[in-house]
Write a new protein. Sequence first.
Length: 222
Amino acid sequence: MSVKIAASILNADANQLEEEIKSVSESADWIHVDIMDNHFVPNLSFGISVLESLATKKVKPLDAHLMIENPDVWAPKFVEAGADSVTFHFEAAKDPSKIIKEIHAMNARVGIAIKPNTKLDQVKEFLSDIDVLLVMTVEPGFGGQSFMFDMLDKVKEARSIVAKKQLEMWIQVDGGVGYKSIEQAANAGADFLVVGSAAFAAEDPGKAMRELRDLAIKGSKI
């Protein structure tokens, strides 16, 4: 199982975003952009204009995580803005199948995110059609929260389905991923790990990202 690392810029210094991204770009495979509308989650973060700006730089592929209401309307707009992959929340979508088809028609990857209280059974019908399943390991809305280790059972179940059905779907984990959790997350079957504050709060974000990648690779091989 190959491991992919996404650097979440939610906890990066917004005033030096380009420099912050460069500091971790050597060890990050993707840049993870959290989009929050202060409705679906109680926080407001980056919008479509920030993603458009990042897309012009094209340092790394852009992974947009939509924590917003009405993704049925907005998800395709983020592909138009330059996102290479768009993940929407199952809990907010009116017609997940329609969103999946629309994003694929635009030649982008598409993912479904599930909050901690959402069961994997609720999205099983879509797993054969999506590129990414995002298992939230915190309640979405804020960075720097503690990793919910009980969510790893959900990751293990998803990995079992991927193996049984021979799916090409990536299993992403987002929320509280750091030195004490990234190895266990990879060992449970996550192959797309989102790292935020664990890197950007470090004195040397690039070094922290390299160390976290090494731990993830170690966990994936156990």
